[in-house]
Design a protein around this ligand. Structure first.
Ligand SMILES: NC(=O)c1ccc[n+]([C@@H]2O[C@H](COP(=O)([O-])OP(=O)(O)OC[C@H]3O[C@@H](n4cnc5c(N)ncnc54)[C@H](O)[C@@H]3O)[C@@H](O)[C@H]2O)c1
Ligand SMILES: [Zn+2]
Length: 360
């Protein structure tokens, strides 16, 4: 089985790739997990499809395998759901060496990881991401948490898993809209990782779109390597990790102003298009380079415009983001492919022009 290593300051752990769940128990053994108790957490959609297979496999290694399923969707990502997790852990006498398995998308991984980081001041956990977004982004890096009173991910911690297990075959059941939104996060890595990845995406776009096993696995591996690299250098967002927020400054604001009607990845795609416009106006990249990048996003079915918002309301919303420091907007701009800059000197005029560029 193929794997790559994340060397975060607090922990080193592998990301394993396979096209089924059959080697899961083997990885548990290799990583030396205690054989006592396992707790599999999943949401209603993913649980229905895959939890039985995962439980059956884990039973070949663990003495006890318990499970818990919560209602799918961001609306479940709160402390009430976490309390339900704690109840199951308490009822079944989970110990520090017990292991929580997060089987699902980013909502499941963030919540299961948060429960693991807080229960008994930290029990072991494993990420089994099943959405494209969670396979390329949320399962790697150790940011875990929940929403609170409408504020996204406002309660949380940094807590690394024992390992990440990516079964790429589950992407076949992912709703198409979720797949496309995940592709925005994939493409996000293109200008910030190596230019080789950008070429790879162009060369393999048809196969990736049809979720061809080899193409999609290579794609996800590239993204995980890029994320692992950034996380290795800056686990707790001291600065460098911010480059992963390319497209997010404007994207997040649009997501909020549109009342979360659009998916996160859909807004990131729009946000990247807008950020590209700032790079063009500053002469960092040519208009044509920006257009080719946008063409790739459009190929995967991403709409790069938004309606029903004004530039002023999006701009105002940007200052409410939890990442705003000293009332300054922080931007990731592309200087050339493979080279980014982080800056907080973008002017109001530049931002308004960029937002207007994506409003239809
Ligand atoms: N921790 C981080 O670093 C980080 C990074 C980015 C995003 N996030 C968080 O991730 C969350 C979004 O993640 P997401 O997009 O995976 O959302 P999600 O977990 O809600 O999954 C999206 C939808 O797809 C379904 N699904 C997932 N895998 C499936 C599969 N294989 N087959 C069929 N259906 C499947 C889910 O049930 C859900 O309905 C947000 O809460 C966001 O804050 C965290
Ligand atoms: Zn994102």
């Amino acid at each position: 089985m193929e794997s790559i290593i994340v060397s975060a300051e607090s922990k080193r752990y592998p990301i394993c790739f396979d096209n089924s769940f059959s080697s899961l128990a083997e990885v548990c053994e290799k990583t030396g997990l205690n054989k006592g108790k396992a707790f599999v957490i999943s949401d209603t959609n993913v649980g229905q499809l895959y939890i039985k297979e995962v439980i059956d496999n884990l039973k070949t290694y663990f003495d006890e395998v318990h499970s818990l399923i919560f209602e799918s969707g961001e609306k479940s990502k709160n402390l009430s759901t976490i309390m339900r997790f704690y109840d199951v852990l308490l009822e079944n006498r989970a110990e520090r060496k017990s292991v929580i398995f997060a089987l699902g998308g980013g909502v499941c991984g963030d919540m299961a990881g948060f429960a693991a980081s807080t229960y008994l001041r930290g029990i072991k956990f494993v990420q089994i991401p099943t959405s494209l977004l969670s396979q390329v982004d949320s399962s790697v890096g150790g940011k875990v948490g929940v929403d609170y009173r409408g504020a996204k991910n406002i309660v949380g911690s940094f807590y690394q898993p024992e390992f990440v297990f990516i079964n790429t075959s589950v992407l076949k059941t992912l709703p198409e809209r979720e797949f496309k939104a995940g592709m925005a996060e994939v493409i996000k890595y293109a200008p910030i990782a190596s230019p080789k990845f950008y070429d790879f995406l162009w060369d393999n776009k048809e196969d990736i779109k049809s979720i061809d096993e080899k193409a999609i696995r290579n794609t996800i591996r590239y993204c995980c390597m890029a994320k692992a690299d950034v996380v290795s250098k800056d686990e707790k967002e001291g600065g460098l990790r911010e480059i992963l927020n390319f497209g997010h400054t404007i994207g997040h604001a649009i997501e909020s102003v549109k009342n979360f009607e659009l998916l996160h990845g859909e807004c990131v795609a729009i946000g990247m298009s807008a950020a590209m416009e700032i790079s063009v106006s500053r002469g960092y990249i040519t208009k044509q380079e920006a257009e080719i990048f946008r063409e790739l996003l459009r190929f995967f079915g991403l709409d790069l415009t938004v309606e029903g918002v004004t530039a002023e309301e999006v701009y105002k919303q940007m200052f409410l983001d939890k990442k705003v420091k000293d009332n300054k907007l922080s931007f990731v701009l592309i200087k050339k492919f493979g080279k980014t800059i982080r800056t907080n000197d973008v002017t109001e005029e530049e931002v308004i022009n960029a937002i207007n560029y994506v409003i239809r």
